[in-house]
Design a protein. Structure first.
Length: 256
């Protein structure tokens, strides 16, 4: 069993090196698909022994499908530049490579543990946050422009260990990222023809806060748990406000 690790990047010179280091001796190939970064991302990847390809970014699902198709091996481990393979996960992958994979298993889901505002988040809907990240590329497809998910044909089994996620650098980065994503999400809301947007704008931000802070035990994460609930609530409001604005925008004139 040979594994290709695949990472998509754009201006990740600060974080990519640690991700690549965590893959050392874990996989048989590392492929970095870079969206024409303006910093040293591609140089850092090549210096670490990764194969680098440049590809124009359209959306997250499309970029990951392209990268998956360029991998050299049937089994693919998807990692983001702000993620690391934990020692426990590395050991679990080594065991898989030594023993082989049981027939019928098409993919493995892996817990993701996030470091945010100085601590590991254990609740708030952010853990265990299982993601399908190790999979056979035949029969697999990434779907979604943002918050993409992998759809596989076959059984998904759990794998021990965590992906360590060093996500938003600070609260400002968290807010800016959600603001950027909200535009894509608003377009998707309008495309799907979602109704009652004004009612959703009034109700769903509060529901989002309650879900993260109380129902998913965010209060046990201390101050970071409160911030997560508040910022996620703000993001819910933002995408619905943008969707309402999009629906009110007059149609483009028809060319004659």
């Amino acid at each position: 069993m040979k594994i290709s690790a695949v990472i998509i990047t754009y201006n990740e010179e600060e974080r990519l090196g640690a991700a690549l280091e965590s893959l050392r001796s874990v996989v048989d190939e590392v492929l970095v698909v870079d969206s024409h970064s303006l910093d040293r991302t591609a140089e850092i990847a090549r210096a670490a022994g990764a194969r680098v390809e440049l590809h124009r970014f359209e959306d997250y699902g499309s970029q990951k499908n392209y990268a998956m198709g360029r991998a050299g091996h049937e089994w693919v481990l998807n990692l983001d530049a702000d993620e690391r393979v934990s020692p426990e996960l590395a050991a679990a992958i080594a065991a898989l490579k030594a023993q082989g994979v049981e027939g019928g298993i098409a993919a493995f889901s892996i817990r993701r543990r996030t470091f945010y505002l100085g601590r590991w988040i254990r609740h708030s809907g952010w853990y265990p946050d299982r993601k399908v990240r190790l999979f056979r590329r035949s029969g697999a497809s990434w779907q979604g422009r943002i918050h993409e998910r992998l759809v596989v044909a076959g059984r998904v089994a759990p794998l021990a260990g965590d992906i360590l996620h060093f996500t938003y650098r600070d609260i400002g980065d968290h807010v800016r990222r959600l603001e950027r994503y909200s535009g894509y999400q608003a377009e998707e809301i309008v495309r799907k023809g979602t109704h009652l947007l004004h009612l959703r704008l009034l109700v769903l931000p509060a529901v989002t806060f309650l879900r993260h802070y109380f129902w998913r035990l965010g209060f046990l994460d201390g101050f970071p748990g409160l911030v997560i609930a508040l910022v996620q609530s703000w993001g819910t409001a933002m995408k619905h406000m943008k969707a309402i604005a999009l629906k009110r925008r007059p149609p483009a004139p028809v060319a004659r």
